[in-house]
Design a protein around this ligand. Structure first.
Ligand SMILES: C[S@@+](CC[C@H](N)C(=O)[O-])C[C@H]1O[C@@H](n2cnc3c(N)ncnc32)[C@H](O)[C@@H]1O
Length: 328
């Protein structure tokens, strides 16, 4: 059993990301308790790819009574999950409906009485207790620090333009495509989507209509250690011209939000024609962002896409967008 503690910023998209990765790991999500998502997967390693998450781990038990939780802790053989020192950390979520004051010390005491040494500052193993609608206990496998994503933010890339999505969101978009082998971004810009996908071990393909972006994306991909890439100048409305005869397992992309004054063709026309081109080369999932004033569902469905999910985000007072997950 696994648990993932998701970020609170785009919670529905974060749950969908966990669900997509669970699917990749031949598993499923079975419960969502505010920011705690639990389920089954064959191999937890698939969660190393997460973007919109604080941490993931092995879920040991969940219940609806503090006494049941303590009974579990007393009866569990902690040598199965603790080697070295440990600490218990509790999380009181907004929907916590139990009195869990001091529960971390109580649980720590019980585990300690089984012969394990506490180390609060740098434990080898962190035992996590979450309080929401239910009580949950697990052992952390990996914590995702904001710092590692910050290193890949638009302004930290050697080739930098203020057009890129935050790396955590780009990563989640890649994961929503359920890509196992490869990913195409036909509006790649500075390469944010491709950097995240490349770091997950996917082969990445990208095009941009601007030569300077293509050169810049190459510099960025190399800088972050992504080697398996093919990037070139190309038009997202004519993807097959850039990659003749090739189909793609997955596409994640963030088209320009400009108006007709900043784009060579009408914005909605660019969106429609590029969706048609993506449809013709894709055999799988598309994850794409559009400003909320574009009627993406009708346009995509008229082309043949099935729209599976959409997640709203207000970016600032004059921009809100939807992230869509579609399938051919
Ligand atoms: C919002 S930016 C993408 C940002 C990208 N995710 C990043 O990390 O930098 C959109 C990009 O689409 C490119 N573009 C505009 N029209 C295009 C077209 N017809 N075909 C391909 N790229 C196009 C622009 O040059 C721009 O770099």
């Amino acid at each position: 059993m696994f648990y993932v503690e998701i970020l609170g910023t785009l919670p529905e998209m974060a749950v969908a990301e966990v669900r997509s990765l669970a699917e990749l790991g031949n598993g499923y999500v079975n419960e969502v308790d505010y920011l705690l998502v639990s389920g089954e997967v064959e191999n937890l390693k698939v969660f190393e790819r997460l973007g919109l998450a604080h941490e993931y781990g092995v879920l040991l038990f969940s219940c609806e009574d503090v006494k049941d939780l303590l009974d579990f802790v007393k009866g569990f053989d902690w040598s199965k999950v603790i080697a070295g020192t440990f600490a218990v950390r509790r999380e009181r979520m907004r929907n916590c409906s139990y009195n869990i004051e001091g529960i971390d010390r109580l649980i720590g005491g019980i585990i300690h009485s089984q012969g394990f040494k506490v180390n609060l500052s740098s434990p080898d193993v962190v035992v996590r207790v979450y309080c929401g609608e239910r009580l949950w206990i697990g052992v952390r496998v990996r914590e995702f620090k904001g710092k590692e994503f910050d290193e890949r933010k638009a302004d930290r890339r050697p080739f930098s333009r203020p057009i890129a999505l935050p790396p955590r969101i780009a990563r989640a978009m890649v994961n929503l495509t359920r890509a196992r082998r490869e990913l195409l971004d036909p509006f790649m810009g500075t390469g944010g989507m491709l950097i995240e996908a490349g770091l997950m071990g996917l082969k990445v393909y990208g095009i941009d209509i601007r030569e300077d972006m293509v050169e810049g994306a190459k510099i960025n991909l190399e800088y972050y250690g992504v080697k398996d890439y093919v990037v070139k100048v190309g038009d997202a409305t004519k993807i097959e011209e850039a990659f003749p005869g090739k189909t793609f397992e997955a596409i994640a992309t963030d088209p320009p939000y400009g108006t007709s004054t900043t784009l060579p063709i009408d914005r909605d026309e660019l969106y429609r024609r590029s969706l048609e081109s993506m449809y013709s080369v894709l055999e799988g999932y598309l994850s794409i962002a559009f400003p909320s004033d574009f009627n993406a569902v009708d346009v995509a469905e008229s082309i043949g896409f099935k729209v599976l999910d959409m997640f709203y985000q207000r970016v600032h007072s004059s921009l809100s967008r939807y992230f869509y997950v579609m399938k051919t």
